[in-house]
Design a protein around this ligand. Sequence first.
Ligand code: IPE
Ligand code: IPE
Ligand code: MG
Length: 233
Amino acid sequence: MNGSIPDHVAIIMDGNGRWGKQRGLTRSEGHYAGVQAMEQVIDAGIELGIKVITLYAFSSENWSRPKDEVNYLMHLPVRYFKQKLPEFIRRNCQIRISGNIATLPAATKDALLKAVDQTKSNDGIIVNFAFNYGGRADIVQAVCGVLREVKNNNLSIDDINEELFHDYLYTGDLPDPDLIIRTGGEKRVSNFLLWQSSMSMFYFSDVYFPDFTKDMLKEAIYSSFNKGMTADW
Ligand code: IPE
Ligand code: IPE
Ligand code: MG
């Protein structure tokens, strides 16, 4: 934390499907609208001086959705970065991915890796997309990473502690989230950042993610960390 501004805000961007349905649109149109709302969140993050924003974009459980919806969600990063990557570069944002990218369709994987590669030397806000991410899978892959080091004699069992283990998570070099926001009205963690959220504040909003605005993000931060003060952003 830097005063009342969190270093790391993570968002469970929920409610896209219901947003679409509510308007007589498809769930996919809701996902597309959700992508537009990410701009609001990133703008607010830059304005406030937040260091890291993690956006939960596709969970390891989301594979069980209808095939058409999964295909659409896999195509979105391709379309999104084709359009937005120059802007991320111009704004000095560093893009990261947390999740298992190895099992993604080639075009999705390539779009994500290209975005990471082309922004790796930027030193502004880190926008970390949790894509094909699951908190339990994250812990298991970290355990495997540590075991590999032990097997190769790079680590001994006595070296293993919480701090070391943290480095092996997908978010290894990022600070733990100070605040986790979930939109869409559900009060669930849905397998997000299970290890990393041990000390996080939680903020739940009933608003469907496509309707989530810059000011709502500021309000979430303000009401979580500035209780008793008057709002004057
Ligand atoms: C969250 O919105 C976005 C993703 C899971 C990709 P949902 O698709 O879960 O929308 P609802 O919760 O069904 O409204
Ligand atoms: C959480 O939302 C995952 C993402 C926002 C990517 P879901 O809608 O998939 O979670 P559940 O089904 O409510 O647990
Ligand atoms: Mg949902």
